[in-house]
Design a protein around this ligand. Structure first.
Ligand SMILES: Cc1cc2nc3c(=O)[nH]c(=O)nc-3n(C[C@H](O)[C@H](O)[C@H](O)COP(=O)(O)OP(=O)(O)OC[C@H]3O[C@@H](n4cnc5c(N)ncnc54)[C@H](O)[C@@H]3O)c2cc1C
Length: 454
């Protein structure tokens, strides 16, 4: 039976980030995911690297500072996957905050970034209308302008994975579901099933780590890992709207009358809109947006941009995810206020579980875990290794100039970037926004020609 130092269950950003950190530190590790890598929560985020301006409300300064440091780090390390952009936060007569309160918040936000953020600006109602001419002017008091990062969330996870796989003794399996973990002397036997041919295989590992995000509470009891539910799963959906469906150039942070925050972020010849925040009781693997959730976002947009004429026809595609928020003891908070701090558990001496947190802070979270695991394997932990650039980039860049796609490139992507299905290729390797089931061509190549490669 093959042996690894560590088996990681779950290949979202946390699993891929941890695999990279461990691999760079000489750990022999295997990562296993039930579907494609980064195909669940880590492709369903608002795609922002940010400190989280609204967490100022919770006085979560430590988390904001850490997240801003990480944002600025990834902007430098992976400029092909991340970029900085301006956000406008308009204030209305009904808004919870006055311009004074917003300005104080933005000063703190800039300060917490050690002034690495581009400085904020306060704008009058007239100045705001000049920059955002289509926004609702009724009751507008002005706006705050500040800067945050945008990231291709799925691709950053994938590039962390590719970087890890360069190291000897490191491997990864997608479309393999972990079905059993059995404690043995000094470790675990981990069994996983190939979801295509249904064949099972077992390996041993000194440590098993669960980075299964919102799936953790459902999965661990099935695998007989001692566990009491720790999550407050909260669903959020997004829409990709056709460019021009709203007349907006800059990114806007709408604070709704029901006290939610909705981002409107023009990027990549489209407009990203999100998100919602609702409790989930349905199956969460491959979760989809419902008609009610889509209507809610369209309604918020229509109210905020009254001259637009939005309908289902304005939508290119939708996506959804479930925030793996960690419960706080005795917390009575509404979902929006549940902490974005992560938690690490050790249910048995040879297993770890990591939940919660934000995409932006994944490197810090996985460092904390690697710091614990690497010395227990008799190796020296060097945290600075994750500051090195990623060594294998995706063949198709996300932002900037796209090379013309050829069938030879598609074959190379499938081979070199561990693609299993057509959806893996279209959504995460090519980062296309269209629904794969409705496509007639893939960047000019007839869809049948591409499908024939699978
Ligand atoms: C709507 C929304 C908006 C967000 N916006 C932002 C944002 O703008 N910025 C930010 O910093 N953060 C944001 N977040 C948070 C961020 O997306 C998550 O914190 C992060 O993606 C969680 O990653 P993960 O690796 O823990 O989970 P996941 O990405 O869900 O990975 C868990 C993996 O476990 C796998 N798995 C489950 N069961 C098994 C099994 N039996 N065997 C093998 N594998 C299994 C799944 O297939 C999955 O791929 C947002 C989240 C949501 C939902």
């Amino acid at each position: 039976m093959k042996h690894y130092d560590v088996v990681i269950v779950g290949g979202g950003i946390n699993g891929c980030g941890l695999l990279r950190d461990l691999a760079l530190n000489g750990v022999k590790a295997l990562l296993i995911d039930k579907g494609d890598y980064s195909a669940q929560t880590s492709q369903g985020s608002s795609k922002m690297l940010h400190g989280g301006i609204r967490y100022l409300e919770n006085f979560d300064f430590g988390l904001i500072q850490e997240a801003l440091e990480e944002k600025n780090l990834w902007l430098k390390l992976t400029p092909h996957l991340c970029f900085e952009r301006e956000f406008y936060l308009p204030l209305y007569r009904y808004s919870k905050y006055t311009p004074w309160m917003l300005e104080a918040g933005l000063i703190i936000y800039d300060f917490l970034s050690h002034f690495q953020n581009r400085p904020h600006q306060m704008l009058s109602a007239e100045e705001t209308m000049k920059l955002l001419p289509s926004i609702d002017s009724k009751g507008l008091k002005g706006s705050g302008k500040y800067y945050d990062g945008i990231v291709d969330d799925a691709k950053l996870s994938l590039e962390c994975l590719y970087d890890a796989l360069i190291e000897p003794g490191v491997d990864a399996l997608s479309y393999h579901e972990v079905t059993s973990t059995v404690q043995i002397t000094d470790g675990y036997e981990v069994t996983y099933e190939n979801r295509k041919n249904k064949k099972s295989e077992t390996v041993t590992a000194t440590f098993v780590v669960f980075t299964t995000g919102p799936f953790t509470d459902q999965l661990l009891p099935k695998l007989q890992v001692p566990w009491t539910p720790q999550l407050v799963p909260s669903k959020g959906i997004h829409l990709w709207l056709k460019e021009g469906s709203i007349d907006v150039q800059g990114s806007v942070v709408l604070t709704t009358k029901d006290n939610r925050v909705v981002f409107v972020i023009p990027q990549r010849d489209a407009i990203l809109v999100g998100t919602t925040e609702t409790m989930v009781n349905e199956e969460i693997f491959n979760i989809k947006a419902t008609a009610k959730e889509i209507d809610y976002l369209l309604k918020v947009l229509q109210e905020s941009f009254p001259q637009s004429n939005l309908s289902e026809a304005s939508i290119i595609s939708t996506f959804a995810g479930v925030r793996p928020l960690a419960k706080e003891e005795g917390s009575q908070h509404s979902l929006g206020k549940v902490s974005r701090h992560h938690k690490i558990y050790r249910p048995t001496s040879h297993s770890y579980v990591m939940i919660g947190g934000k995409y932006t802070t994944f490197r810090k979270m996985t460092q904390e875990l690697a710091h614990e695991i690497v010395p227990r394997l008799g190796l020296r932990y060097r945290p600075s290794l994750t500051l090195n650039p990623l060594r294998q980039h995706s063949i198709m860049p996300t932002f900037g100039k796209q090379p013309k796609l050829t069938i030879e490139m598609v074959k190379r992507i499938i081979k070199e970037e561990r693609v299993t299905t057509f959806e893996d290729l279209v959504k995460r390797r090519l980062s296309l926004l269209e629904d794969p089931e409705k496509m007639t061509d893939v960047m000019g190549i007839p869809v049948q020609q591409v499908l024939a490669l699978f």
